[in-house]
Design a protein around this ligand. Structure first.
Ligand SMILES: NC(=O)c1ccc[n+]([C@@H]2O[C@H](COP(=O)([O-])OP(=O)(O)OC[C@H]3O[C@@H](n4cnc5c(N)ncnc54)[C@H](O)[C@@H]3O)[C@@H](O)[C@H]2O)c1
Length: 252
């Protein structure tokens, strides 16, 4: 049995993971961490990680960038591998994660769904083939409660396309402040927020008289929870370093 510490346990994703693990015989939420403690769970919830003395094999974090320091302090001091799903980290926080990974194993991906990771693979191939004659635009849509924009996933898709094109691209976020024609090396990135949209990402390759669009739609948050739990299993007992979906998939 792998014992999990679930950070952000009382949020939307935390409650999805709590539900998914009920009845599992190889994974168990042994403790939770959340600043909001009013939800009743079948495990103890701590608002300060210093109070958590429960035996933990892996930590999963779906909380908020403001919790990052406490999450990293705990994981490093207890030598616990970390599945870090929280998005919207700034550059200093990303550096802190990199430093922590010199001591513990950290699994990071802006999107825990297998489908998005396949989309990334496909759009990298398409970008290399189409680069000369097609303009690339990324559109993402999420629910009206999402704090960061554009989504971490949209940025990851842009970064992966850019790396496939030898980092020649310039990112243009929305276009309202620019009154000029689109450049050849641009990747346009656009965010839509509304209602309860779980998560949609679309990569548009627009050429002369033809358009190729590759889309991914998450129908429920379960896809992220299932991915995070797979990552937790994969990370249990791992040596220090940064891990991602590529390592998890190639482990199959
Ligand atoms: N990587 C992925 O595949 C993926 C998928 C979905 C969501 N996310 C990310 O996961 C995060 C959480 O998403 P959500 O929809 O569950 O959000 P949410 O707001 O519903 O839940 C966040 C939880 O974290 C708690 N929290 C916030 N700040 C805290 C702090 N300083 N200390 C302790 N607890 C704190 C809140 O009380 C809340 O219960 C977001 O960053 C979101 O973008 C990532």
């Amino acid at each position: 049995m792998i014992d999990i510490l679930l950070s952000g346990c009382n949020g939307k994703m935390g409650q999805v993971i709590t539900r998914l693990t009920e009845g599992m015989d190889d994974l168990k939420i042994a403790a939770g961490y959340d600043k909001f403690t009013a939800v009743k769970n079948n495990y103890p919830v701590f608002s300060d990680l210093k109070d958590c003395k429960v035996k933990i094999d892996v930590m999963i974090d779906f909380s908020n960038p403001e919790a990052l320091d406490s999450v990293l302090d705990y994981a490093v001091s207890r030598k616990v591998p970390l599945v870090l799903a929280t998005t919207g980290l700034n550059q200093i926080q990303q550096k802190s994660v990199e430093n922590a990974s010199k001591q513990i194993a950290v699994f990071m991906t802006a999107n825990m769904s297998l489908g998005i990771n396949l989309l990334i693979d496909l759009v990298k191939k398409a970008a290399k083939l189409l680069e000369e004659n097609f303009d690339i635009e990324i559109v993402e849509k999420h629910h009206n409660q999402k704090l960061d924009a554009p989504s971490g996933t949209a940025l990851t898709i842009a970064d992966e396309i850019n790396s496939a094109l030898e980092n020649k691209c310039e990112y243009i976020y929305d276009r309202h402040s620019r009154r000029k024609k689109r450049g050849k090396k641009e990747i346009g990135i656009h965010a839509v927020r509304g209602g309860t949209i779980v998560g949609e990402h679309s990569v548009i390759f627009a050429g002369n008289d033809e358009i190729i669009e590759i889309n991914h739609t998450a129908m429920s948050k379960d896809v992220f929870g299932i991915g995070a739990l797979r990552a937790a299993k994969f990370m249990s007992g791992k040596e220090h370093g940064i891990y991602g979906m590529k390592e998890l998939i190639s482990d199959k």
